[in-house]
Design a protein around this ligand. Structure first.
Ligand SMILES: Cc1ncc(COP(=O)(O)O)c(C=O)c1O
Length: 364
């Protein structure tokens, strides 16, 4: 049956993990596997990383944490979203670590022997979840006085993957102020973490004793502004099948709006993959696919389930699978290049891969 396919190259995932581990001089990595492991399939990705030695996983929702536990991931799991009352007992039972990221969350972790472990999240400049610096002194004193189960302290960069990291350095200074206070009052906390993919590249002096990594593990860069010196390999190879071929005359309009007209007589192929499967719709303007080592332009607007390709005089057959992004023996298109062209990010493109996409996990 025809469908889009995401071939997940687990050997590249392992390679990226070990490369980053070396880069970090063996500081442990928390694999960020939220949003279905950025579209790669959370269970297979987590099992593979667990088998390579990953001891920490980061997810956003509580149900993502439960999914990992049901799949037999017994390692540490940190849930990034705000905690709620309903999570407390289950988190304790299943040894899932929650997030204290608002002064109101404190009540969930106080005066209850059966409350779960948590990490204290500080807002140092992202202005999203996190305790403000002003409030953090009071909360840290309560944690110390009431010996609450705070196993980690962390924050999140807003601009770690940008060319100018002045603001990120400012965030780091704020974080250090609080770490100094923790030292001053002699509170011992197991894990201190701030860094993500962007800061592995740009602010390597903020690794502390745990680094939360998503994008680089999946073999794409967090932005176009960072150095591409770490030679990661793309984990996802996204492909779509050719389901129809026809000869058309120069001037024939293709797809919605008729905005694309054949510049000369050509062969148009219909690829069964559309924006409902995660194909980036805006990519039709300058976009291309690759087949048997050659690139061919996308012809006309991307539809919900299909898009068209101008194959010129290519040798192409029904059932051939075109490379949309990723890498195989003959073809290579970086998701980063698509993201740059359409003014999006690899995060958006990868986490949208789904719909009718069939994932296949391979180890070379
Ligand atoms: C709290 C938190 N930490 C770490 C990450 C991982 O970031 P990256 O994929 O850039 O490594 C994310 C992802 O957005 C996040 O939300």
């Amino acid at each position: 049956m025809f469908s889009p396919k995401a071939i997940i190259h687990l050997e590249n995932l392992k390679y990226n993990y070990h490369l980053l581990k070396d880069q970090l001089n063996d500081v442990p990595i928390m694999a960020v596997v939220k949003a279905n492991a950025y579209g790669h399939g959370v269970i297979e990705i987590s099992r593979t990383l667990r088998d390579e030695g990953v001891k920490f996983f980061g997810v956003f929702t509580f149900s993502e944490a439960l999914e990992l536990r049901s799949a037999g991931i017994d390692e540490e799991i940190l849930v990034f979203c705000r905690p709620s009352k309903e999570m407390i007992e289950i988190a304790y039972d299943k040894n899932i670590t929650l997030n204290l990221s608002d002064p109101d969350d404190l009540k969930l972790f106080r005066g209850n022997r059966f409350s779960p472990k948590f990490h204290l999240k500080l807002d140092t400049g992202m202005t999203r979840l996190g305790i403000s610096l002003d409030e953090s002194y009071k909360i840290i004193k309560i944690i110390k006085n009431e010996t609450l189960k705070c196993h980690g302290i962390y924050s999140h960069y807003a601009t770690a993957d940008e060319g100018d990291i002045t603001y990120a350095e400012h965030q780091l200074d704020q974080f250090k102020t609080i770490l100094d206070f923790i030292k001053e009052i002699d509170l011992s906390i197991n894990y201190i973490h701030f860094s993500n993919s962007g800061s592995i590249i740009n602010i390597p002096h903020s690794s502390y004793n745990l680094v939360r990594v998503g994008m680089l593990l999946y073999g794409a860069y967090p932005s176009d502004e960072v150095s591409k010196d770490i030679p990661i390999k793309p984990v996802m190879e996204f492909k779509g099948p050719v389901v129809s071929l026809r000869n058309i005359k120069a001037g024939t309009k293709v797809s919605y709006g008729g905005v694309w007209e054949a510049p000369k007589d050509t062969i148009i192929g219909v690829i069964q993959t559309g924006f409902a499967d995660g194909f980036p719709r805006e990519w039709y303007i300058n976009g291309y696919i690759s087949l048997k080592g050659k690139k061919y332009p996308i012809a006309g607007r991307v539809c919900m389930d299909q898009f068209m390709v101008d194959f010129g005089d290519a040798e192409v057959n029904i059932g051939d699978e075109v490379l949309i992004f990723g890498q195989n023996n003959k073809d290579k298109i970086l998701v980063d290049d698509i993201a740059k062209d359409i003014k999006s990010t690899s995060y958006v493109i990868l986490s949208n891969i789904g719909g009718r996409t069939e994932r296949k996990y391979i180890i070379k």
